[in-house]
Design a protein around this ligand. Structure first.
Ligand SMILES: NC(=O)c1ccc[n+]([C@@H]2O[C@H](COP(=O)([O-])OP(=O)(O)OC[C@H]3O[C@@H](n4cnc5c(N)ncnc54)[C@H](O)[C@@H]3O)[C@@H](O)[C@H]2O)c1
Length: 443
């Protein structure tokens, strides 16, 4: 059993055998064992966390839009309210933070929370720049024995993630050589929105901008429905990473869960013409990964906005899968969407005699409820989470490095230990972002 299989098994086994950390009294549901949680970003995606947090003490609610507080307070009446997450994180007695804010603040909130010894559940994407992902991961690795982290890639709990992993790991396609993930979402915008009107009363637009460069207010950034408003701002370079951070986080996870990779040694990308305001819609990026203990070197690829990997057979129309992954091996392919998979053995010796499916008792156990996995790990630090800041940090760092390769238009050689591109100085300039004065990434 390797690391990821161990994590899944340990998480499930541990869920039934809750060992309380020292200092926590009572049983799993005793009042003394409830977490004191701050929910930052209380509407939109924040609403999706209300039920999982209902069993804990939500003691702080933070949102840049004060109009969101009355509804949230109905659900969590004992919470204090804040408009600035930096002040919220200073509330005494907090144990844990759930972050559902705009993407450009995720790495900031995660770092500040970890630096205050708080467990963190952060919505995807964990970061929008390579350097930001690296700082968050490094902060967590120093404290991983006592703090639980999870990135909001909740599709990871779908049973199909395990099944795809088992097929590839158990040799159904022979030796893995390449893996591809793609998403077809296309939301085109010409550039940042022009100044229009004033923020409504109680909406702190300057705090919404936070660390990002100044832009004028426009209601168009806030016109989407709950949990969909991210599609009004996440394509702009200063507020997101486009579809890489959006569906890319979920879909690359379907691939990443299988390949047991760390950081790539190279990145190259191509896509539509560069727009200084807006991330590319159509783009593809490719990464080389060294061998690990169960496979040889592989190439990992990400396609978006209409770019697609070639189908292994004309009768398989990959375009019918809006968000999917494909694994190429020496004896065939596995093709998957989030909920199902196809095995396509091929070649003269692909008679499947080389492959033996798992015995029932070796099948990977279900992850269970994704948010609960994190809550359980907060209460018992020996439990693991599937999408912790190492797994998710490596994944998003790779994808964000692809955006850098797209911008410079060269194949980049990458030293993952140092976080440096070794063959292209101008690429190193693009690994980090410039922040507005007064905002500290690692505060
Ligand atoms: N895991 C998923 O499946 C999933 C689904 C949808 C959205 N998301 C993620 O959730 C996040 C929020 O997306 P959304 O569509 O709900 O966006 P949104 O614009 O509606 O923001 C959510 C809430 O956060 C508040 N907010 C924004 N920035 C803030 C800040 N700096 N401080 C405090 N509050 C702040 C907003 O006012 C709003 O109430 C995004 O990062 C998105 O990627 C994840």
């Amino acid at each position: 059993m390797n690391r990821r299989e161990f994590i899944k098994t340990a998480a499930v086994a541990g869920a039934g055998l809750l060992v309380l950390p020292s200092g926590v009294r009572g049983g799993e549901n005793a009042p003394s064992n409830k977490l004191n949680v701050a929910l930052i970003g209380v509407w939109g995606r924040g609403l999706a966390h209300y039920d999982s947090l209902a069993g804990e003490n939500v003691v702080a609610l933070c949102d840049v839009n004060e109009k969101r507080f009355p509804e949230a307070l109905k659900r969590f009446p004992n919470a204090k309210t804040y408009v600035d997450w930096r002040k919220c994180l200073d509330q005494k007695g907090l144990d844990a933070v759930v972050g559902c804010t705009a993407d450009h603040t995720h790495a900031f909130i995660a770092n500040w929370a970890l630096n205050r010894n708080l467990h963190v559940y952060m919505e995807k994407p964990l970061a929008i720049a390579v350097e930001d992902a690296r700082v968050v991961r490094a902060n967590w690795l120093k404290k991983k024995a006592k703090l639980a982290t999870q990135v909001g890639m909740q599709r990871h709990a779908m049973q199909n993630f395990n099944r795809v992993r088992e097929l590839v790991r158990d040799g159904a396609i022979g030796q893995l050589t390449a893996a591809y993930a793609w998403g077809d979402r296309q939301i085109r915008r010409p550039g940042y929105l022009p100044a229009e009107g004033q923020p409504p009363e109680g909406f702190h637009f300057d705090l919404w901008l936070g660390p990002s460069p100044d832009h004028p207010y426009n209601p168009g950034y806030f016109s989407g429905g709950p949990g969909m408003n991210c599609l009004s701002w996440n394509m702009y370079w200063d507020f997101g990473a486009g579809q890489i951070g959006d569906m890319g986080s979920h879909t690359m996870d379907l691939l990443w869960n299988v390949v047991d990779a760390g950081l790539p040694t190279s990145a190259e990308a191509k896509g539509e013409k560069f727009n200084p305001d807006v991330t590319p819609v159509e783009c593809e990026s490719h990464f080389d990964h060294p061998a690990n203990d169960w496979r040889g070197p592989i190439r990992v690829s990400w396609y978006q906005g209409g770019a697609m990997p070639a189908s292994p057979k004309p009768y398989v129309d990959l375009k019918k899968i809006d968000h999917g992954a494909m694994f190429k091996g020496s004896k065939g392919y596995v093709i998957a969407d989030f909920g199902s998979r196809l095995l396509l053995p091929f070649g003269d010796d692909s008679d499947l005699t080389y492959y033996k499916g798992r015995a029932k008792d070796a099948v990977l156990p279900p992850l269970g409820h994704f948010q609960k996995q994190w809550i359980d790990a907060c209460k018992n630090p020996s439990l693991k989470t599937a999408c912790d800041f190492e797994y998710s940090g490596n994944m998003i760092e790779q994808l964000l490095l692809g955006l850098v390769a797209y911008r410079v238009g060269k194949k980049l050689e990458y030293d993952g230990a140092a976080g440096k591109v070794t063959n292209c100085p101008e690429a190193n300039e693009l690994l980090s972002r410039k922040y507005r004065p007064g905002w500290t990434l690692n505060g």
